[in-house]
Design a protein around this ligand. Sequence first.
Ligand SMILES: [Mg+2]
Length: 341
Amino acid sequence: MKTTTNIKTLKDLGEAGIIRLIQGRVSQKLPSYVIKGIGDDSAVLETSGDRVLLVTTDTLIEGIHFTDQTLSPEALGWKAIAVNISDIAAMGGTPRTAFLSIGLKAESKASFLESFMVGFNALAEKTGIVLAGGDTVECPSHVLVTITLLGDCLPGSVVYRSGARVGDDVWVTGPLGNAAGGLFVLRNKQAGASLGYEFLVRAHQKPIPRLDMGKALGESGLAHAMIDISDGISKDLGHICEQSGVGAVLQEASIPMSSELIELAGARQKALQWALHGGEDYELLFTASTADKEKVESLTAKLSGRPAVKVGTVIPGNGIFLAQKKAKVPLEGGGYLHFCK
Ligand SMILES: [Mg+2]
């Protein structure tokens, strides 16, 4: 076991340890207008109006989150705003105002930025987001994009990660693993290799955040806890469980996967690894009372044409388990770990 004196690098701390270090160095006594600080998909701040302010920020870095092989400049613009919208959706909120900070190589073509803005605007306009500021810097080694997104919500409709209750059903709003499958196709691209898998590639490049779904689940009061799936259900369900002081069992046979993903993987069991650990699907993961099962199904079906899928149950204790045909095995959070490459 490592002792703190042996810790030399951020890799040793890991992402969770780094967040803990930062959290430990700031005042724990938050002013009363900070309803939720570090630790959820967005911060929640009180305003003088009748809605609370939601604030989230996310960064995409060339070489870590994308390469020119995996994202075109246009897809990068779309995805950079999409991942932030998804965090507002996960709170049940409505996105409003974006701030874009972008680091570019001096020799980058102007057309790179033009294409980036085409992708950014396409989704910003669709979702009513206004770009209101930001920063531009020269970054000689790689492209980096940070977006800060503000949104709002009625105070009673905000859904936190911490609200899961023992006995709740665990739901996801759509199939999992498509984005990881799409990334696999892009990374292993040989001539024509992506043919037939455009659907998976699109899931990786241009995810559609579940904004209407998040808002409706918040306003209806059906969702007790919610998060978006950015790192993989194994890791993101872990966040809900930790914050709610509960555990969960996922039913392996219920994890929704597309036929394209299973075909690409060659077997359902192999596709399951992408579905559980792949991440970047930006579907919503939420818990709701078993008594509301039908209400959840009809609300989500009305919004997207297909109902959300029940994938598990919240249990007492801690840890996440995967119920297979004959066994129940602990599920390690194998999602993407920053600083651990
Ligand atoms: Mg999130």
